[in-house]
Each structure stands twice: as C-alpha cells, then as structure tokens.
Design a protein around this ligand. Structure first.
Ligand code: SAM
Length: 260
C-alpha cells in the first residue's frame, strides 16, 4: 500500500527513471511520514495517470525515488461538471473547492457578480496558489486522478456564454419553487438524442448575497434553467456541493468508476 499520494503536475514522470522529489513532497515524505528507502509512494500527473515510486535515497536536502510503470487512475466522472461559483470569503471558497474536488468537479469557474462580497483583487497570485494547493491536496486525499481546472474569475454573462452548445445549464435560485434540480437535469438529459455523449453540466451558484433578479433574468434569457434546492436558504458553499452531488447522481455519475 503506498505510503502517500502526491500530485506532480508539470513534471515528466518516466518509468524506470530516478526523480528528485520537489521540496514540499520530499519534506512530507521524509519529515512528516518519516519514510525511508524502500517505501513506496504514488505519484499523480493530474491527467489520469498514476505511477508507483520507490524511495531510493533520503538525504537532508533531497529525497530521490525511482518511478514505476504508468497505471490508469480513477476515470473522470461520467458527467463533466463546471461549477460556476460567486466569489466567496476565502475560507468558504476553499471549503467549496475541497469538497467539489472530492466529488469530481472538472472545472471551478469563480464568478464576479453584482453582490459578490469578495472582490476579484482578492483572487490574486498568492490566493490562487493557495486555492490550487487546496485542490491538489483534495485530489491526493480522495483518490481521484484528474486535477480540476481553476479558471480565472469572470462575469456571470461570460460564464453563461462559455458553456458548450450541448451543455445543460442550471442556476439554483432560492426564489424558484417548482423545478427541482434532479428532475430538470433528468428531463434535459433525456431530451438529448439517444447515444449522444453525456452532456456537460454547468451550475451557477451565487455569492453570499445571492444573484440579483436581473442576473437571474439574464441567465434565464441565456438558456440557463432556474431550479430549487429546497425551501431553506443554503449557504453558497453548501448550495454548491449539494447541487454538484445532486447533478452527478441525477445523471448516474456517482456510481461510475471501478470499486476502490
Ligand atoms: N439571497 C439569499 C439570502 O438573502 O439569504 C442568499 C443566497 S445563497 C446564500 C447563495 C446561493 O446559493 C444562491 O445564489 C443560490 O444560487 C444558492 N441557493 C441557496 N439556497 C438555495 C435554494 N433553496 N434553492 C436554490 N438555490 C439556492
């Protein structure tokens, strides 16, 4: 059983070659997990491949491992989910990134909306690096093999236009009382021609202050379908994860992939 899973995106993983582990991973292996020569790690490339790696040398300044043969990691979920989420206060946004990664969200699209509390300048380079690390750590922990994309913040209108033509776009809205997310997605997916590939799902979740009525109207005019997540007002991060899980399950994507 590997002692730890580590994402090495952007690093060439060549079977049989020796690799000096990046400092952060070397520190985890040597100082936190206290691993020595002979211990095995699992290295992810974030694009579906995994490599067993045996530690061959542990020194004060570096740890070297030999890369094993490439193996298929967990497949991507059967549904490609883009979670468009209003900019939230950091801790809440981080929570949504972590849980969404565990669920198999493919892309996080931060939204600049009329009532976003957190402004885009708070999405600077340092904050983005922190968010990327949270997504990477969530991927390592959950056993997934596909690193979600963290897109650059954009306006709601741009995110509505960016969805591919065959995407199903839903906007959970607390003022909507009739259309449930599950029933809406199932009806839309059933309307697609049989045999077509699973549609992309684009979810649009507002910030702490919610979407304005004007934003919801614009979304509706652009073809997004307002849906309810029940009679209670959920926090934005709660709504994001509930909607993502319901969307995945509505289209049978939570039971895909080999048993662990
Ligand atoms: N406007 C709400 C208020 O004043 O309390 C807050 C919006 S809520 C915190 C943030 C987002 O979560 C909303 O924009 C919506 O996308 C989603 N949301 C929360 N509860 C929902 C519900 N019961 N049905 C549908 N969407 C919901």
């Amino acid at each position: 059983m590997p002692a730890g899973r580590f994402l090495l995106s952007g690093v060439a993983l060549v079977p049989g070659a020796e690799l000096t582990l990046p400092d952060e991973i070397a520190h985890q292996a040597r100082d936190v997990l206290r691993l020595g020569s002979g211990a095995t790690l699992r290295l992810l490339d974030g694009a579906g491949s995994e490599y067993p790696a045996e530690i061959v040398r542990v020194a004060r300044r570096e740890v070297t491992a030999r890369v094993g043969e490439r193996q298929e990691g967990l497949p991507q979920p059967a549904v490609r989910l883009t979670l468009c989420l209003g900019l939230l206060k950091a801790a809440r946004f981080e929570w949504a990134l972590q849980k969404g990664t565990e669920l198999g969200v493919a892309t996080f699209q931060p939204l600049v909306t009329e009532r976003a509390v957190a402004a885009t300048e708070e999405f600077g380079a340092a904050r983005r690096r922190r968010y990327e690390r949270i997504v990477a750590e969530a991927l390592e922990q959950c056993g997934g093999a596909w690193l979600p994309e963290l897109a650059v913040p954009c306006a709601l209108e741009e995110a509505l236009d960016a969805a591919p033509a065959n995407a199903i776009r839903v906007i959970p809205w607390e003022e909507e009382a009739a259309a449930s997310l599950t029933a809406t997605l199932r009806a839309e997916a059933a309307a697609l021609r049989a045999g077509e590939a699973q549609p992309d799902i684009w979810l649009y979740i507002g910030p702490e202050g919610g979407f304005s009525a004007r934003e919801v109207e614009r979304a509706r005019a652009a073809g997004a379908l307002p849906v309810t997540l029940g009679p209670r007002i959920l926090r934005a991060e709660t709504a994001a994860i509930v909607a993502a899980a319901l969307a995945m399950d509505a289209l049978g994507a939570l039971n895909s992939g080999p048993p662990r």
